[in-house]
Write a protein that binds this ligand. Structure first.
Ligand code: MN
Length: 248
């Protein structure tokens, strides 16, 4: 967190001790203890506490903007205020929503854009060419089409590909490089494996598997096609709702 000077700026002359406590203790020592509790969680607590008091003034606006900066999404703040409304009071939620709606206006429900903002590679176009082998909506962005194929594959929440096998007479297989969101990889007969940005999955040729998003998260991975002789994908049955529902 950047050095806080709001107290000194506003009250340094009038109340220097208050200014110092605000800047150095509240923000310098408490807010900055991110190892104990993340800035995002601290924002959640602060916004809820201010709303509970009906304090929807400029300081509330400041804390909503900080909450957004600390990673609370548009859908999350809507959920937080809805939940808090039952405990803090309905009219207080109305007042808070008026302000939150403005601050998260630019995100206007565009979860696809929000996912793109968290990733350096493009989402690309709807993956129509492979749609028949996917459940849900996926997108494909070719990054490298010479030497070795590298594609960024993006899955909407709940989207996954069918069970499939990367076949090759020699070499071949696939490497997944996870770049954004949260997803899953599962090999036939094994437990599903949760995937996060930075995770790498090496898929040997001949191994039956699927990959895709978590039920509640967008997910993108680079699919690296390992060169091989007569390499091709053999598509099998979809992952059943029953199996997919077991994920959380
Ligand atoms: Mn695969």
């Amino acid at each position: 967190m950047k050095k806080q000077t709001a107290g000194r700026d506003a009250l340094g002359e009038f109340a220097p001790k208050f200014a110092q406590l605000n800047d150095d203790v509240l923000f310098g020592e408490v807010w900055s203890r991110e190892e104990q509790l993340s800035a995002r969680d601290r924002s959640l607590i602060t916004v809820t506490a201010l709303m509970a008091q009906g304090l929807t003034d400029t300081s509330f606006q400041h804390h909503l903007m900080a909450a957004k900066q600390n990673g609370i999404t548009r859908s999350e703040i809507a959920e937080i205020l809805t939940h808090a409304a039952f405990y803090a009071g309905w009219p207080k939620a109305w007042a808070a929503f008026r302000m939150a709606k403005e601050i998260w206006a630019e995100d206007a429900g565009d979860e696809k854009q929000a996912h793109q903002n968290r990733m350096v590679f493009p989402i690309g176009d709807p993956n129509d060419g492979f749609a028949q082998y996917f459940t849900g909506q996926s997108y494909l962005a070719p990054l490298s089409t010479s030497q070795m194929g590298i594609f960024n594959v993006t899955f909407e929440p709940g989207c996954r590909n069918n069970w499939h096998i990367h076949q090759a007479d020699k070499g071949g297989g696939q490497i997944l490089v996870c770049v954004a969101g949260r997803g899953y990889y599962q090999e036939w007969g094994k437990e599903p494996q949760e995937l996060h940005p930075g995770d790498i999955v090496n898929i040997a040729p001949g191994v039956k598997h699927w990959h895709g998003a978590a039920p509640d998260s967008w997910f993108s991975h680079l699919a690296v096609e390992v060169p091989g002789e007569n390499g091709h994908s053999e598509w099998c049955e979809p992952v059943t709702e029953e199996d997919y529902k077991k994920l959380r």
